[in-house]
Design a protein around this ligand. Sequence first.
Ligand SMILES: O=C(NC1CCCCC1)N[C@H]1[C@H](O)[C@@H](N2CCCCC2)[C@@H]2OC[C@H]1O2
Length: 327
Amino acid sequence: QTGSAPNHPSDSEDDEYITNVSIGTPAQVLPLDFDTGSSDLWVFSSETPSSSARGHTIYTPSKSSTSKKVSGASWSITYGDNSSSSGDVYTDTVTIGGFSVTGQAVESATKVSTQFVQDTSNSGLVGLALDSGNTVKPTKQKTWFSNASSHLAQPVFTADLNHQADGSYNFGFIDTTLASGPITYVPISTGNGFWEFTSASYAIGGGSSKKHSTDGIADTGTTLLLLDDTIVDAYYNQVESAQYDDSQEGYTFDCSEDLPSFSFAVGSSTITVPGSLINFAPVDGNTCFGGLQSDDGIGISIFGDVAIKAALVVFDLGNKRLGWAQK
Ligand SMILES: O=C(NC1CCCCC1)N[C@H]1[C@H](O)[C@@H](N2CCCCC2)[C@@H]2OC[C@H]1O2
C-alpha cells in the first residue's frame, strides 16, 4: 500500500507548505503543515477558543462517528520559534493521500499562540519526526507515519517541495522521476528524535569545498536554511550589498543581486541550492531577505524548506537513514 498527497506553498514567499488531510467520519478536511521537525499531529478544533479559531478550518470530534476521547491525556508543545499550542487528545481515522490510519492520535488545541492564530493558512500540524518527540502525557502517541509504516509497501516517505508550485508527500514508495540526480543516503542519529544527519563540507558558488562538520535536521516545518555563523558569514561575504540587518534579525541585500549558489555535502555527494532560492523575499523597497541565515548557535543546524526545495528528500524509517537527490 502507498499514499500520495500534493502540497502547495501557503503564500508568495513559500513560508510553509500545506497539505489537505481528512479526519473522521464523515471526513473533515483540514489544511495542515507537515513538519518533519516535530512529532505531534495537532489541529484547531471545536475546543479552540472561537476568537483564536477565526479564519481556520476546525475539527469537531463530536461530529465524527469514529472519534474517541483519550481519557486523561494532554499535550503541550513549544517550537523553536517560540510558537506554542496545547490541549487534549482524541483518536480518529486520519487519511493522507488516500492512505488511512485508524486510531490515530489527533491532538485537539484548547490553546494556541498568536503566531498560529495569525497564520490562517494552516489548521494545525502533522508531525513527521520520530515518535520519541511526541508530547502527549501520560502516554506518548505515535505519528501518523509511524502508525502507517508497518502497512506501507516500504517504511519510507518523501518530501518534494517547490518554489511557488505544487509538490508532493509520498508514503510507501520513492518516485525517482521527481529527481534529476541519484539518491545519496546518510545515516540518521535518533537520540534527539529528529531526522538528524551530519554534512562534512560546503561550497559557495563555484568555490572550493570547505571542510565543516554540520550536525543538522531535515525540517519541512522550518522555512529557511539555518547554519553555523561561520558558513553564513562566508556566504554573504560573497554578496556585495549584503549586510546584517538588526531590525530584520538576518542578512539582507539588494534584490537585484545575482546570488551565488550554496552546496552542502551529503555523504560523498553534494546538494546545490541555487542562488535564486536564497533570494528569499523582499522586506521593503529593493531590499531582500536571505533564505540562508544563522542557526543562532542553538547547537543544531536546520535544513529547512529553502534546502529541501532543491532536492527530493527520502525519510527512510526502516533503515534509519535520510536520502537526498538533486532536483
Ligand atoms: O519553530 C520552527 N523551527 C525552528 C526555527 C528556529 C530554529 C529551530 C527550529 N518551526 C515552526 C515554524 O516556524 C512555524 N511557522 C508558522 C508560520 C509560518 C512558517 C512556519 C510552524 O509551526 C511550528 C513549526 O512550523
